[in-house]
Design a protein around this ligand. Structure first.
Ligand code: SF4
Ligand code: SF4
Length: 457
């Protein structure tokens, strides 16, 4: 079996272990599957993230281990000659929201989110991706090439008839609102600043130079987050370069994208092309000694973690070692005594509830969130103990997933928010903010926006 992802990191998994139960086919992918020790711990409802689909259904095939057992059966020939079209396997994989909870919380660090990508890519050998998959996976390019695509969410959100039609034709749930785009993207708003790597010079002593990753979501849906982050970094004395196309190497079209949306939908080759271009754009910053700062957890972590599965060469490790999320950067730089900004207190009467994106939790970044929030004097905040919000990229807006997506949100996140109706909400994930707005009709902000409000005058 030829795999789409590079699983060589698992080559030694199970070596010398007579009980490793490595499937007969699948090579290194089979070894990755075999790291599950079948302990059934993922079938317990415990604190943490793993496994949202099992939490809300209580059904074993929707647990991480349940999926592993089906994958093992597929690779051992137990699901017939064409195992990646098997309906039981398809059903189990369909409800994996790729939250990476298992990667952190399973005792064997089973990485089902990457296995789901491999599964989808294998599945597409037999049945082509749907129009919806192609629209959502190629979001960044679609926004660039089809002007009308920018207005589609707004139009559908305002017309029941058209949203029903979109459900019928595209499989986008008519029950859910679609996230609407900003009137002008960050690139449009700052056209002269992003056409070349820019420097926003601060009047304070220089603390360092950084590169800010302008992901598809921040650029098109919430450019104010990038603007807030720049103000915070700038005020702290950092020269901010916007990661842009390298004019010497990278074509301006299609727009720069990490490829995470394509990976999530199993379009591995398309994601690989984007990843190559992204690495070309990032490398000059890394070589200049700059850290790459990301605002959208899944995009930054795609570069840091998922690219290692794409067989992209030596540049991946170089770039990965320089890629940090906004909160990780501030926590790290504060520790190193380079980030010395004294934030001011902001409306101390209003408590703050913080929802972590699953991928932030999977890499332990909530510690950094806590450290940074403590830098705002007198701020009372609580980090919500919850699993995945259920939106999981585009999962929650897909017709067949809309209900279970909301059940995932109702597991802990939405009840916690309803108990604190007056609290402000911080959520760094774009899809988390959308789910919160759908579930409790409350807006939430990125940490960068909160810190921007707390900047000293
Ligand atoms: S996936 Fe992890 S937690 Fe679940 S059975 Fe396998 S080893 Fe245990
Ligand atoms: S990635 Fe998340 S949803 Fe998928 S198996 Fe792991 S814990 Fe479950």
């Amino acid at each position: 079996m030829k795999t789409f992802l590079d699983w060589t990191a698992y080559r030694d998994a199970g070596m010398g272990d007579a009980y490793a139960d490595i499937p007969k086919t699948g090579g290194d992918f089979a070894r990755a599957v075999s790291v599950c020790i079948n302990s059934h711990r993922c079938e317990e409802k415990r604190k943490g993230v793993m496994c949202p689909s099992f939490r809300v259904t209580g059904k074993v095939p929707y647990s991480t281990g349940g999926r592993i057992r089906l994958l093992k059966a597929a690779l051992n020939g137990g699901l017939g000659d064409s195992p990646f079209t098997d309906l039981m396997l398809a059903d189990a994989m369909d409800l994996c929201v790729a939250c990476k909870g298992c990667k952190r919380e399973c005792e064997s660090e089973v990485d089902m989110s990457m296995m789901k990508i491999e599964y989808l890519a294998q599945h597409y050998l037999h049945s082509k991706p749907s129009l919806r998959t192609r629209l959502l996976a190629n979001l960044s390019a679609n926004l660039q090439y089809y002007g009308c695509f920018r207005y589609l969410p707004t139009v559908l959100n305002r017309s029941r008839l058209l949203s029903r039609l979109a459900e019928l034709l595209l499989g986008l749930s008519a029950k859910r609102k679609l996230p609407e785009l900003a009137q002008h993207s960050f690139e449009k708003r700052h056209v002269n600043k992003t056409s070349h790597p820019q420097q926003i010079i601060n009047d304070l002593p220089l603390a360092g130079e950084v590169a800010l990753l302008l992901d598809t979501f921040t650029n098109n849906f919430c450019p104010e987050n990038a603007e807030a982050a720049i103000r915070v970094l700038n005020k702290a004395g950092y020269v901010v370069h916007i990661v842009d196309h390298n004019p010497d190497h990278v074509d301006a079209n299609p727009p720069l994208c990490c490829g995470r949306t394509q990976l999530a939908h199993g379009l591995v080759e398309a994601a690989r092309k984007n990843a190559y271009r992204m690495l070309e754009a990032l490398l000059p910053h890394v070589e200049a000694g700059r850290l790459i700062i990301g605002l959208e957890p899944s995009c930054l972590l795609a570069i840091r973690d998922d690219y290692k599965f794409l067989d992209l060469g030596a540049a991946v490790d170089k770039v990965a070692s320089h890629a940090v999320m906004f909160e990780e950067f501030i926590a790290r730089e504060t520790q190193a005594k380079r980030f010395k900004l004294n934030f001011e207190s902001i409306n101390t009467d209003v408590p703050l509830m913080v929802h972590g994106h699953c991928h932030q939790k999977a890499v332990g970044a909530m510690k950094s969130m806590r450290k940074v929030l403590k830098m705002i004097p007198e701020l009372k905040f609580e980090i919500i103990e919850a699993s995945c919000c259920g939106m999981a990229g585009s999962f929650g807006i897909e017709k067949e997933h809309a209900d279970i997506s909301m059940q995932m949100a109702e597991d802990a996140l939405l009840p916690a928010l309803r108990k604190t109706p007056d609290a402000r909400v911080v959520a760094n994930g774009f899809s988390c903010r959308h789910q919160i707005s759908e579930g409790v009709q409350r807006s939430s902000v990125h940490l960068a926006v909160l810190l921007d409000e707390a900047l000293p005058v």
